[in-house]
Design a protein around this ligand. Structure first.
Ligand code: ZN
Ligand code: ZN
Length: 347
């Protein structure tokens, strides 16, 4: 089969993925499933992997390369192991990004990302920028016939991450409360729609890009701001005292410091974007009675809920399609912000 593989980490990001023919995968464990890839989302994490940001975590001994990236996958079940009962050959599926064990305590409480012996195809093993992917039965969510598998591929990670954070915000903020979303990109534009679907809150969308601000308005944000060094003060003014929840999809370049400063008393700063370092005087934490929390991807149940929202037309993903042969052009377009939303590779 054809696959796009990474051979070298490159902090300068000049390294291209190599398109090459590799052996077709085979079933090795009874719970494994081979998925014929229909859509594979391109993610900022892929860029960070190429840059070597994840190397100390994913590849400390330098044994991972070369391998196939791609962790936001949809497709058709091609083959199943002998123990697989829940899916059949021909089923249309989206893959939860982690292939989990099902037996550890993290799995037993339903938090797939807490699994202590999971595999993460596209990060620590071969992923979906290829014609076929090996995952496990537990990772697969069936997709209704009328939902386009290419369009929804980014939901496997980007959408799921946005969904978990937005759902949490919808539970924290009162129905007439204020939620600020910073960064209306691949994740933020999904979080905005999820919040609209789940809660009656007032939504303030913040993004530097005029196109992103235009989309935020179309998707139902009540207020749209460009962001500035005075953003925290602007938000406190606009909201009459501060936001109930801030969803920070940037997490660096100073946004992480602005985020908690725009909260009202009892407010919550949810961190989804990463890269920066947060520093908050403890006196501000107690005086504002602030909560700061991270959010990591999402669990299987949340992916099911998100697919249901999409099937009912409550959430849509803006996508730009590229063939597998065009993957390096897709990466280049991503780096230069030449599309809105998410790129999806179609092998
Ligand atoms: Zn991703
Ligand atoms: Zn587990």
């Amino acid at each position: 089969m054809l696959a796009a593989r990474l051979y070298r980490y490159d902090p300068a990001m000049q390294e291209e993925l190599r398109l090459e023919t590799v052996p077709d995968p085979t079933i090795r464990q009874p719970d494994e499933v081979i998925v014929r890839i229909v859509g594979a989302g391109l993610c900022r994490t892929d860029l960070h992997i190429i840059e070597g940001v994840w190397r100390p975590i994913l590849d400390p001994e330098g044994k991972l390369l070369p391998y196939t990236l791609g962790h936001e996958n949809t497709g058709i079940v091609e083959a199943v192991g002998s123990a697989v009962r829940n899916v059949r050959v021909g089923d249309r599926v989206i893959c939860h990004p982690q292939a989990t064990c099902g037996l550890c305590l993290g799995c037993r409480v339903g938090e797939d990302m807490y699994c202590t012996s999971a595999r993460f195809p596209g990060l620590d093993s071969d992923g979906g920028f290829a014609q076929y992917l090996v995952t496990t039965e537990r990772a697969l969510v069936k997709v209704p016939e009328d939902v386009d598998l290419v369009d929804i591929a980014p939901l496997a990670d980007a959408g799921l991450t946005a969904y978990r954070a937005a759902k949490r915000a919808s539970r924290i903020a009162p129905p007439d409360g204020w939620v600020v979303i910073i960064g209306i990109g691949g994740l933020g534009h999904i979080a905005l729609q999820v919040l609209r679907a789940l809660a009656g809150v007032r939504i303030v969308a913040v993004d530097r890009s005029p196109l992103a601000r235009e989309r935020a308005g179309e998707l139902g944000a009540d207020h749209v701001l460009a962001g500035s060094p005075d953003l925290a003060a602007e938000i406190r003014e606009l909201t009459g005292g501060g936001a109930h929840v801030v969803l920070d999809f940037v997490g660096e370049q100073g946004v992480e410091q602005q985020s908690w400063q725009m909260l009202r008393k009892g407010g919550t700063h949810l961190i989804i974007g990463y890269g920066g370092t947060l520093e908050i005087p403890t006196v501000r934490m107690i005086f504002g009675e602030l909560t700061v929390a991270g959010s990591l991807v999402g669990n299987y149940k949340e992916l099911v809920e998100l697919i249901d929202l999409v099937a009912r037309g409550k959430v849509r993903v803006f996508t730009q399609r590229y063939t597998l042969q065009e993957i390096n052009r897709a990466i280049d377009d991503f780096k230069h912000g030449r599309y809105f939303g998410r790129a999806v590779i179609t092998p």
